[in-house]
Design a protein around this ligand. Sequence first.
Ligand code: ADE
Length: 264
Amino acid sequence: MKIDVVSIFPEYLAGLQLSLIGKAVDQGLLHMNVHDLRDFTFDRHNTVDDSPYGGGAGMVMKAEPWALALEHILGGESLGTTVDEQTVTGNSVDAESDAAVKPILIVPSPAGPVFNQRIAEELSGAEHLIFACGRYEGIDQRVIDWSADHFDLRPMSIGDYVLNGGEVASMVMIEAVSRLIPGVIGNPESLTEESHEDGLLEYPIYTKPSSWRDREVPEILLSGNHGAIARWRRDRRLERTAEVRPDLLAELPSLDKHDRAVVE
Ligand code: ADE
């Protein structure tokens, strides 16, 4: 997967060079480029913002530097690539072959739909993600509208609160998406029983010693009875979800009799 990030604070994204994401980049599983929006300005002060038409507090990011940055990112890419060229298998071509594959442009914004694990899974299958990190009051709407002709435009919020810019939100989404790319997490089983993977929160976990400050590890986990342990863990997931996030429970398709008894 290719990830491009545009920001006036490219240093913010340095944290992505660490840990598993950094390793995925070193291994070539992920190609990450961070671009400084000010490189696409031509005045002495590298101006990226101006006052809002119609008045109001704060500044607005100018359209042209964004258009130039996004065009630069597309530079190496043939905009005309279609699904047929990518999914021809033998002589048969995918039925939906006419649709052009546009890179996904994610614009972090508290005004977007809220990012979640399902969206992370969907995005983890993409070839090219671009994150446009706005600052100030936001980006001139005309370049957002313009970008929809060239990109699969996805405004995206990471929650119902306001950050100072899109950098931290982009890092959150990049981490959530890239850990789902095959090979990024060493043991893929780590991905199967974690919170939100199947709509339930994860079960409590313990490690040695079995007794710590008079607190014991639940006995069943020492029993070696894998069936009983699996049941115990599912029960704890159900209990925890019912207590902390009843909204998630309500979204689950249907619970069997045992599951229902646990959450009621
Ligand atoms: N920019 C400012 N606040 C944000 C949020 N909650 N999510 C995504 N981007 C943002």
